[in-house]
Unconditional design. Structure first.
Length: 229
């Protein structure tokens, strides 16, 4: 695993995707970002001064593959810090990133019919794997991805790219205003207790889905998520 490093970075794209959802693309002048699929970063808006310590920051999953020149993140402006991001980020804005953190896909797991379950922007750490060449080593991976509405799905491009890397990949998309919320009971019925289940999304969703799977025969070692979630 790469050592944690601070990267002076610049915003190259910043887009309001609607519904208070924002996309940012960042680039560093200090070489290439080094991280593994599924890892996350700390983003600081204020200038980093080593004599004052690390400034206030927020964690975000990297949705870009490690081989890419840029890092991409998506966030919803909900709290004080993300509202600052909404108001202060723009192309040319300087920020500092600290990465990488996490070991999501370094955890032992089965690569045959791996199940990925995500709610909304929770899909972002999965995208960094789906668009990485290592995704081709998975056999018949399955994604169950839920959104409140179709307008919240801004990831079609990445999902199509994933299907080119791994043609056996199946993406099942659900829209709450059309078909209801993700149903973990149905997901388990469509799969088996011996598969690996990755879960990413709101903390309450992760807690409930994890508890349900373990109560219905899935070993705890086969229910995986990043602790920072």
């Amino acid at each position: 695993m790469a050592l944690v490093k601070k990267y002076a970075s610049v915003v190259t794209q910043f887009v309001n995707k609607g519904e208070n959802l924002y996309f940012a693309e960042l680039k560093t002048s200090s070489g290439h970002y080094k991280y593994s699929p599924g890892q996350f970063l700390h983003l600081a808006l204020d200038e980093y001064d080593p004599s004052s310590g690390w400034p206030e920051s927020r964690c975000f999953s990297m949705q870009s593959a490690p081989s890419e020149e840029f890092i991409r993140i998506t966030f919803a402006a909900k709290g004080a810090f993300t509202n600052r991001m909404k108001n202060e980020l723009h192309p040319g804005k300087n920020v500092t990133l600290k990465l990488p953190y996490g070991n999501l896909f370094d955890q032992p797991h089965h690569k045959d019919k791996t199940v990925f379950i995500a709610g909304g922007t929770g899909v972002t750490p999965f995208l960094s794997l789906f668009d990485d060449k290592s995704f081709a080593t998975y056999t018949n991976p399955l994604l169950y991805l839920g959104f409140r509405s179709r307008i919240m799905n801004i990831y079609d491009h990445e999902l199509e790219a994933a299907k080119k890397i791994n043609p056996s990949f199946t993406a099942n998309l659900f829209y709450e205003d059309e078909t209801g919320i993700l149903n973990i009971d149905n997901i388990l019925k469509e799969n088996s207790a011996g598969q690996s289940f990755f879960i990413s999304g709101p903390p309450l969703m992760i807690k409930f889905f994890k508890k349900f799977l373990m109560e219905h025969g899935v070993d705890e070692s086969n229910v995986l998520n990043d602790e920072w979630e």
